[in-house]
Design a protein around this ligand. Structure first.
Ligand code: HAM
Length: 420
């Protein structure tokens, strides 16, 4: 093995991986075009300050995971590889005066992002996202449009059992009032909190809500709920988003503890998960509204909402589906030489299917000859012939449709002979 390997937490995508990646990218592009997004590309690195100001100090992405560029000059040392796409696209919107374009402006990009995470399956140091951003609309329709876009991609890819976790983070003021109440509730319990949550009690209390620690979750049982801090307008916003989702038949569930790992969100926030055998996958995507970010970066107060789909996690799931054994294209044609043996022939068909063997038959063909002819045309490797004499001895005839040789096979051994 070569001394050099791909850096920890990164992967080479080999030719055999590219088939599914191309399909995923093609569907993202197709849905983006269908739902009136325009493509945009921004640099893979930006000024560190842009990310710090956008994603928020105190978030893991900024404090622990940013890939800082150590440059040869002071200028090149002020950059970081992008951990996500929103900050760069908002910067581009402002820089190119896109507020003067007809609104809304809908943009998409398929991008690679870099986060210095502890690597594990589904958590990579370089990952791909289908990123969409919707600018120039503060109303709930835009939020629902973004969710519809992601839903279209997920369903067109054939992913099943997907649902949306949905929450409202309200306005900045509502969140501030809520955080005060949450801290007041948790401070007397702080000794019992996990180390991470103890730290977050001062740095970023909202993140305690989605702690993975079971004990933290139990301590949150009686905690105040953010929904109770929303005023009428905020409550109406999220209720309207839900009514759009219901009409589009997009499955969602309220998750009052959903907060996101980036600080810029307000009002609607959401994440997609797949639930299999009662267990939720890592988030396949997520996003939300981030009206405040635009002004924070000295842009117009125009409203913005967006989301990212995690393509690596999606491809991992699709590859698991593909890796299920594929039907054997060779398979067998079941020839019913004696109509009285129909039930036995049906049992052989069921056995073939259970063994994932391709199987063909046509009992409406009247004669042995016509069935054999069809067997020869159909591409099967063997004809399995059920005749009275052999069957009385629990045997069938297996005839190779390529070589023409044939043998009698015990019924009990039939499937293993066909698979061999
Ligand atoms: P995010 O939730 O940090 O949001 O990332 C979106 C998705 O990217 C995640 O749900 C996950 O599927 C995938 N992802 C994130 N980190 C990794 C990783 N280390 N390895 C593999 N997949 C990962 C954002 O990035 C926001 N910029 C989304 C957004 C756009 N919000 C508004 N506009």
């Amino acid at each position: 093995m070569s001394r050099f390997q791909s850096p920890r937490g990164t992967r080479d995508l080999l030719p055999s991986d590219q088939v599914v990646w191309r399909k995923v990218r093609a569907i993202c592009e197709e849905v983006a075009t269908l739902l009136a997004y325009q493509p945009i590309s921004t640099p893979m690195f930006e000024e560190v300050g842009l990310f710090q100001r956008s994603l928020g100090q105190g978030t893991d992405i900024i404090d622990k995971e940013l890939f800082l560029v150590e440059g040869r000059t002071e200028e090149s040392s002020q950059y970081a590889l992008r951990p996500e796409g929103t900050a760069g696209i908002v910067r581009a919107y402002i820089e190119h005066g896109m507020q003067t374009w007809p609104q809304p402006v809908r943009l998409y990009s398929i991008i690679n992002n870099f986060r210095y995470e502890r690597p594990q399956k589904g958590r990579y140091r370089e990952h791909m996202q289908f990123d969409i951003e919707y600018f120039g609309d503060k109303g709930p329709f835009a939020d629902a449009w973004v969710i519809l876009t992601q839903w279209q991609v997920l369903t067109r890819l054939g992913l099943r059992n997907i649902h949306l976790d949905l929450n409202s983070l309200g306005t900045k003021e509502e969140r501030a009032a809520y955080m005060e109440a949450l801290v007041a509730h948790l401070t007397p319990l702080s000794e019992k909190l996990s180390e991470d949550s103890k730290r977050r009690l001062t740095s970023n209390p909202l993140r305690i809500l989605d702690s993975k620690d079971a004990n933290d979750q139990a301590l949150l049982g009686e905690a105040p709920q953010l929904a109770d801090f929303l005023d009428e307008e905020s409550a109406h916003h999220i209720a309207t988003v839900k009514s759009y989702l219901t009409s589009w038949q997009i499955p969602f569930q309220d998750n009052p503890r959903l907060v996101r790992g980036l600080d810029y969100y307000c009002h609607t926030c959401f994440e997609w998960v797949q639930v299999r055998e009662g267990k939720s996958s890592l988030a396949l995507g997520g996003g939300g509204r981030y009206d405040g970010l635009m002004t924070q970066l000295e842009g117009p107060d125009c409203g913005a909402v967006g989301a990212g789909l995690g393509l690596d996690r999606i491809v991992d799931l699709l590859q698991e589906q593909v890796e299920a054994p594929m039907p054997d294209p060779a398979g067998a044609y079941i020839v019913l030489a004696d109509p009285e043996l129909r039930e036995a022939a049906q049992k052989i068909i069921s056995d073939c299917l259970a063994a994932n063997l391709r199987v063909e038959a046509d009992f409406s063909k009247p004669s042995f000859g016509s069935q054999m002819k069809a067997a020869g045309r159909g591409g099967a490797k063997y004809a399995v012939i059920l005749g009275k004499t052999e069957f009385e001895h629990n045997k069938v005839v297996v005839k190779s449709l390529q070589g023409g040789d044939q043998q009698e096979v015990e019924l009990a051994n039939l499937i293993s002979v066909l698979k061999a």
